[in-house]
Structure formats: structure tokens, C-alpha cells
Design a protein around this ligand. Structure first.
Ligand code: ATP
Ligand code: MG
Ligand code: MG
Ligand code: MG
Length: 478
């Protein structure tokens, strides 16, 4: 039998505890650091230590850290490996051991403790990091062609535009070794899965972008629990691991669907529900309440997406507390507070869901008024022989989207049932204007590594929640 998610978490922590690391509990998703909205990585609680602002209680620590990355919201259910909420297993050195030990232990852990065959692993190093390259080749014994040199985007890790950072080295799992070593392309995610990131945190970036050495050389790592579970449990994506799949099954039962026989769109909706159920549970347990700003807005958006995807599956009655109950059952052993705060979690969810369902109903009423007016003017038009298209204008579709939380697809679907079309170009135009307004209000937020900042700032600067505000430019079903 394969290892459960809980076994994997424990084995990781035990391995590093045996190597002198203090096992610390996960910090809250709400960081102490006021410049950061949510905990996006295991290193975040240790940022003051890396910066030399706080002395560490231990020279080595290991954690399984709850993380939320809103920049991955579009990836949820669409890639096999991304979540909004996930657990990052990490080992940390505060000016203690450095590259040599970090690399040797990471390799020992994945190959000996977790038994991944060395020939199924490929590693990457930062382009200029000859030292890491040599360690992998000479100390670990990886053939040079399976050590890929990569640029800054992938192999220079930073917690944000400023702050501690450094070159990193990552371990990837190869799903298709039969394709051979001639063309190793780590960007090909049908073949390779990034599992473990070792950050050699020895630099600080200031607001002008200058890099200066930190007082100490540190190690910060991140191993995605759900990703390793995917590999070890032999399932095709993180969602089908024991960490999440029971939530999906609960949702599928309510929708009277069989996940394995469902359409790809239905499977995506089920995955979104599975992912977001865990995120909203942990966010509320960590003290976040739905609102129109900041973290509360992230939470609100996640809850509304659960409801919306439920509707896409044909669920019309409230169901969020039922799926979150399964999520609580899965998480309570590792995170007892989710059961302790069960009432709070369910009350907030129920309130938000009911409110959103009412909003959806109001939107539907507005839509039917629009149909009625358009039909009347079409009738009137007949008399003077002008034919008006049966169309919902771009600005009406946008109003439904922005004020009533109607994703474009929902408007289109209902419109089609009534023989109407939607002016897509007009809708896009309104959307673009909205984006420009958001950009004008742009405020850089120190929130995430590697790009995505603009998207995030767009997302976060829309402080007033009027419904969904996600870009539909890519034709994404919200
Ligand atoms: P990717 O390139 O796959 O988006 P990343 O490079 O952004 O991952 P890191 O910032 O290096 O990820 O985070 C360390 C580890 O945390 C990753 O190697 C992965 O195992 C895990 N991880 C990162 N983002 C996610 C996510 N959205 N969902 C699940 N696991 C994640
Ligand atoms: Mg990423
Ligand atoms: Mg990456
Ligand atoms: Mg990475």
C-alpha cells in the first residue's frame, strides 16, 4: 500500500528531526509580516530571521506549512499540480548548514525514505551556480546531462520584489523516462513535475533592486506535499490523492455524478470545489472572514467559486458545508483547530453561500427583464420593418458580471435558452476598461515569487466586491 498524505508529512518531519531540526507547527495563513497578504511559502514565518531582524531559537527547523497562493487560482483543476491551498514541507537552516548538506539530505530523503528511483529524477540549478552543479554531479553522482541549468525565472527564488532571496536548485520527477535524456525540457509538465525546491538564501534585494549578501548563508526549502503524494500514490494529479479526493467524492455524490465518468469540464469543477474547500476551511480557521477587501475578499471569491462550480454541476441547494465537513475530517488530525472552529467555519460559509445565491437570483431577474424589453422593442420594430438582433449588450452582460456575480458563461447560457446572444466584443471592452481602472489603482503588494504580481495587484486592487472580477479574456469558466 502506498503512503498516505499523513505518512508522507510525518516521514519528512521525522527525517529532518533526526538530523537536528526542531519540528515546529505550521504558522497561520495570516502572516505576522504586515506587507504580505497570505502565507505563500514555508519560509515566510522565518523571514525576520533570514533578514537578521530576529534571532532564531534553533539553528535548524522543519515544518509542514499551510500555504495559499492566489496567483495559482487560474491553474486550479487545469494543471495536475497547482492548488490555491497546499502544504509545503520545509527544512530550514539559519546560518547553519548550507548547499552541501541541503542537497545531500534532499536526495537521501527522496530516494531512500520515499524510494523514488534515481533514474526518474532530474535536477535543475541556477545558471551561474557551478557549486550546486558540482555537488549534484560529484557528491550525489547525477549524470551531468540530467542536471539542467536554468535562468532566474525558475531558479532564483524570492518571497517578493524585495527581501531575502537566492539561487535555488530543484528536483523534478520524470513521468516518461522512456522519452530518453536527449531532450530534457523541464517546462514540459506532461513529463516533468517539480517537487522539491532548495533555496540557497544568501542575498537580500532592496527596493532599488540591488542585491546584497545577507549576514548569514541560509537554507530554505519547499516540497509540495500533494505533489509528492501524487507521485507516491500513482495517481494522475494532486486532486486524486487521499488528501483531496474524498472532498471531490462528496461533491460528486451531491451532484449525483461519478467523477471518473464525468466530462472534463465537470471534473474541473469538482477539482475546483475540492481545492477551494480546503482553502476556505483553513482561511476561516485562521481568522479570515468574508469581506470586500484583502484576505476577506480572497475568501469571498473562493466561496463564491465553490457555489458557482456547484451550479455548473447542477447543484442548486446549499452544499458548501457538506463538502467542507469532509475537508475537516481529512484535516483534523494534523490541524485540530479546524474541528474546534467547525461552527465558525460552517456559519460563515452558510451565510456567504446564501447571500450569493440571492445575488444570483437577483441577476437572473434582471436578465429576464432584459429579455422582456428586448422582445418588446423587437415587436415594435416589426411594424416599421426594422429587425433588432436578439442580443444582450456588452454593458448589460458586464453589469450582470460585475454587480450580480454572473460569469459571462452563465449569461450566455441563459441567453441562449431564450434565443438571445451576448455582445462579446462589447463585454470585453467593458472588461478592459475595468482592468485599466484597476491598474490605475495599482499598488505593488509584496506577495509572491516570480511574476504574477501584476495579475495579483489587479486582483487585489479591486477592493469593492461586486461579483466576480476575474478576467474572462481567456474564455475561462469562472
Ligand atoms: P510551479 O513552477 O510548479 O508553479 P513553483 O516553482 O511556483 O512551482 P516554489 O515557489 O518553488 O513553486 O514552491 C516550492 C514547492 O511548493 C514546489 O516545488 C511545489 O512542490 C510546491 N508548490 C508550489 N506551488 C504550488 C501550488 N500552487 N500547489 C501545490 N504545490 C505547490
Ligand atoms: Mg508557481
Ligand atoms: Mg517552478
Ligand atoms: Mg519552484
Amino acid at each position: 500500500p502506498s503512503l498516505s498524505g499523513a505518512d508522507i508529512r510525518q516521514a519528512f518531519l521525522d527525517f529532518y528531526a533526526q538530523r537536528g531540526h526542531q519540528v515546529l507547527p505550521s504558522a497561520s495563513l495570516v502572516p505576522e509580516d504586515p506587507t504580505v497578504l497570505l502565507t505563500i511559502a514555508g519560509m515566510l514565518p522565518f523571514k525576520p530571521i533570514f533578514l537578521g531582524q530576529r534571532d532564531p531559537d534553533y539553528a535548524r527547523a522543519t515544518t509542514s506549512q499551510k500555504c495559499v497562493r492566489t496567483n495559482d487560482i487560474e491553474n486550479v483543476g487545469r494543471t495536475a499540480r497547482h492548488h490555491t491551498f497546499f502544504e509545503m514541507l520545509g527544512n530550514f537552516s539559519f546560518g547553519d548548514y548550507f548547499k552541501k548538506e541541503a542537497i545531500a539530505w534532499a536526495w537521501e530523503l527522496v530516494t531512500e525514505v520515499f524510494g523514488l528511483p534515481p533514474e526518474r529524477l532530474v535536477v535543475s540549478v541556477f545558471r551561474e551556480d557551478d557549486e550546486a552543479f558540482a555537488l549534484w554531479r560529484d557528491e550525489v553522482g547525477i549524470p551531468a546531462h540530467r542536471i539542467q541549468r536554468m535562468g532566474e525565472a525558475d531558479n532564483f527564488w524570492a518571497a517578493g520584489p524585495t527581501g531575502p532571496c537566492g539561487p535555488c536548485s530543484e528536483i523534478y520527477y520524470d513521468f516518461k523516462p522512456e522519452l530518453g535524456d536527449a531532450h530534457i525540457d523541464l517546462e514540459d509538465d506532461s513529463r516533468f513535475l517539480e517537487i522539491y525546491n532548495l533555496v540557497f538564501m544568501e542575498l537580500n534585494r532592496d527596493s532599488e533592486g540591488h542585491l546584497t549578501p545577507l549576514a548569514k548563508q541560509n537554507i530554505d526549502t519547499g516540497l509540495g506535499l500533494e505533489r509528492l503524494a501524487q507521485v507516491l500514490q500513482g495517481v494522475p494529479n494532486n486532486y486524486e490523492t487521499d488528501l483531496i479526493f474524498p472532498i471531490i467524492q462528496t461533491a460528486a455524490d451531491i451532484a449525483q455524478l461519478d467523477y471518473f465518468k464525468a466530462t472534463p469540464e465537470q471534473q474541473t469543477s469538482l477539482k475546483v470545489i475540492g481545492d477551494h474547500a480546503r482553502a476556505v476551511m483553513h482561511l476561516i480557521a485562521d481568522g479570515v472572514i468574508p469581506s470586500n477587501v484583502d484576505r476577506g475578499y480572497v475568501l469571498r471569491r473562493l466561496i463564491r467559486r465553490i457555489v458557482r462550480h456547484g451550479r455548473l454541476l447542477g447543484i442548486t441547494d446549499p452544499f458548501t458545508t457538506a463538502v467542507v465537513e469532509t475537508s475537516i475530517q481529512l484535516a483534523e488530525a494534523a490541524y485540530p483547530q479546524v474541528r474546534e472552529r467547525e461552527t465558525l467555519i460552517k456559519t460563515e460559509l452558510q451565510r456567504e453561500e446564501e447571500q450569493f445565491l440571492k445575488t444570483l437570483e437577483r441577476g437572473e431577474r434582471l436578465l429576464f427583464e432584459l429579455f422582456a424589453t428586448a422582445t418588446q422593442s423587437a415587436e415594435a420594430g416589426k411594424k416599421d420593418r426594422t429587425t433588432l438582433p436578439k442580443q444582450i449588450s456588452g454593458s448589460d452582460a458586464f453589469k450582470l458580471f460585475d454587480t450580480y456575480g454572473f460569469p459571462l458563461e452563465l449569461t450566455q447560457e441563459i441567453a441562449a435558452e431564450q434565443g438571445f446572444t451576448v455582445d462579446l466584443a462589447g463585454f470585453e471592452q467593458e472588461m478592459e476598461q475595468q482592468r485599466q481602472r484597476a491598474r490605475a489603482a495599482h499598488q505593488t503588494i509584496d506577495l509572491t515569487a516570480q511574476g504574477s504580481l501584476d495579475a495579483l495587484a489587479d486582483f487585489l486592487s479591486q477592493t469593492e466586491f461586486l461579483g466576480y472580477t476575474q478576467s474572462l479574456a481567456k474564455g475561462v469558466v469562472e
